[in-house]
Ligand binder design. Structure first.
Ligand code: NCD
Length: 306
């Protein structure tokens, strides 16, 4: 059974095909309004979420399907101690596809190994978040018209930021990509991401703590929230949370066509006065996430039938 646990599960050709389907959905939504008639998506969210869960649910409704939903462990049998494996087996009896978010790294893989229906990882701890990457890729494509020859800056919590880990892997496949990794010393990109992608594919990258110094070179600036829920102590979080705050002043030396991204939720990382700047793309990401999740649900349900 084909699931999506990590962005590496999708080939570059499949990423490109998902983007094509999403663009077709945007152009001709009526063509898809009955595509998932009679099918059910189960959203199992054991961690907070606004965009990811609602965009999955909106995606399924717009495909003509239905949604079953568990939010927060407190109202499900998980609160009684049920395992992820048993939950996945149970939900397989009621639904046709699962989207799951869980605080533990690897939980989505355990679910996929036990479910008899496709499982989509909607974020597993600090590990990865492949469908946010799909949203990010469609945004980059719609803004820039390409993936090649881009200098991409990631800023903030590169250690725990799962969206960063997945997007770096996806972008590493294209030509002429350069990464600028901007973070405090304590929140640098984990070495497993460096070894499995940047070093493996010999990608040029620099690590810096200086956002303004990096600004003039960037085509894309991907801001991130410091992931409070992954910290071992509150003191470290409080010390690091406001390291980078993007303000209009800091954009003075930025390119005219810089694309400013953020997976959201934003806490303090981007001043609201930037929201009206034409370079702000973070609310476009929100909408693009729905289209890409529609394309992904269609693909996985189709593959499950054969
Ligand atoms: C991200 C996540 O959950 O990892 N949010 C999202 O899905 N759009 C980013 C975050 O929580 O900071």
């Amino acid at each position: 059974m084909r699931s999506l646990i990590d962005i590496v599960d999708l080939s570059t050709a499949e990423l490109d095909a998902l983007i094509s389907v999403a663009l077709d959905i945007i152009a001709h939504p009526e063509k898809y309004s009955d595509s998932c008639k009679g099918k059910k998506l189960a959203t199992l969210f054991f961690e907070p979420s606004t965009r990811t869960r609602l965009s999955f649910e909106a995606a399924m409704y717009e495909l003509g399907g239905n949604v079953l939903s568990v939010t927060g462990g407190a109202t499900s049998s998980v609160a009684k101690g049920e395992s992820v494996a048993d939950t996945a087996k149970t939900v397989s009896c009621y639904a046709d596809i699962i989207a799951m978010r869980h605080p533990k790294e690897g939980a989505a893989l355990v679910a996929a190994n036990n479910a008899s229906i496709p499982v989509i990882n909607a974020g597993d701890g600090g590990h990865c978040h492949p469908t946010q990457t799909l949203a990010d890729l469609l945004t980059i494509y719609r803004e820039k018209g390409r993936f090649d020859n881009l200098t991409v800056g990631f800023c903030g919590d590169l250690k725990f930021g799962r969206t960063v880990h997945s997007l770096i892997n996806a972008l590493s496949r294209y030509n002429g990509i350069r990464f600028v990794l901007i973070s405090p010393e304590e929140l640098k990109l984990p070495s497993y991401v460096k070894n499995e992608t940047l070093k493996k594919f010999h990608l040029p990258y620099v690590q810096t703590t200086d956002l303004e110094g990096a600004m003039p070179s960037l085509d894309i600036l991907y801001m991130t929230r410091v992931q409070r829920e992954r910290f071992f102590n509150e003191e470290d979080y409080l010390r690091l949370r406001d390291t980078y705050i993007l303000t209009p002043n800091k954009l003075r030396k930025a390119k005219e066509d810089l694309c400013i991204m953020h997976p959201l939720p934003r806490v303090n990382e981007i001043s609201v006065s930037i929201d009206d700047d034409p370079r702000a793309c973070y609310f476009k990401q929100v909408l693009n996430g729905k289209y890409m999740r529609m394309a992904l649900i269609l693909k996985l349900l189709k593959e499950a039938q054969v």
